[in-house]
Design a protein around this ligand. Structure first.
Ligand code: MLT
Length: 235
């Protein structure tokens, strides 16, 4: 058993902000750092930004918690500064790079954002974020978080995701305690993705969250927080 870690660095997904982690602030006994990403266009730049947040707060090592794109940033940070990662919480993310079709789709979305703003991208992603059973207020809250994204951030993030490298070969070297969470109904990053990552990571456990899609941490916050608390207690 390790000492209880002091800091979790929460890295949000796309096209979202740190507001998506509001429910996770209730997790006790740790310090939460929840930055908002700037408009950057490479995963390494996002990782340097995240490491800079730790520097600003005088934190040497933290548990990196990455939701979807935030997970891609965790992998980039691990390539740049593996020694600063004290643990991993991977939420609805995957280690694989985009295939050619997905990459093309990102560049088509960039053109769409330049032409029509963020609205069409938000509306096409929203149905994948929460299950059909999610309450209307929750859907409205997620939509408003997504709609607050600036076109510059959305364009930069799309480019960064399109060009990110595959991290399959990195995972076996990340021997820190890891928790890999996926919404059982997530159509973007599936429980099969989570199980594969947990097999590649030397010290990981995968959990599928029932009645949740891509934003399991929002839709089933109580269950996700309980899983995270139990991860923290068992480290
Ligand atoms: C996210 O939630 O960050 C994105 O859906 C990730 C992606 O599009 O690959």
């Amino acid at each position: 058993m390790h000492d209880q870690p002091s800091t979790i660095l929460w890295l949000h997904g796309f096209p979202l902000s740190s507001a998506i982690f509001d429910d996770q602030r209730a997790i006790p006994g740790v310090r939460h750092l929840m930055p908002d990403f700037l408009a950057l266009s490479s995963m390494d730049d996002y990782a340097r930004f995240a490491l800079g947040v730790l520097d600003e707060h005088g934190v040497e090592r933290a548990i990196f918690a990455g939701l979807s794109m935030g997970g891609y940033v965790c992998f980039a940070a691990a390539r740049l500064a593996r020694e600063r990662i004290d643990g991993l919480i991977l939420l609805d993310t995957r280690e694989m790079a985009d295939n050619a079709d997905a990459r093309l789709g990102r560049y088509e979305s960039i053109e769409k954002v330049k032409r029509d703003g963020v609205g069409p991208v938000v509306e096409s992603m929203l149905p994948k974020m929460l299950t059909d059973g999610a309450p209307a207020e929750m859907v409205a809250r997620v939509r408003s978080i997504m709609m607050a994204s600036s076109p510059e951030y959305v364009i930069g993030a799309l480019e960064a995701m399109a060009e990110r490298p595959d991290s399959s070969e990195l995972l076996p070297s990340l021997d820190v305690p890891a928790l890999v969470i996926a919404g059982a109904e997530d159509p973007i990053t599936t429980p099969a993705d989570a199980e594969r990552m947990a097999r590649l990571l030397p010290n990981a456990r995968a959990v599928a969250i029932a009645n949740a899609a891509h934003l399991a941490n929002v839709e089933q916050a109580v269950t996700v927080n309980r899983e995270i608390e139990s991860y923290l207690n068992q480290r």
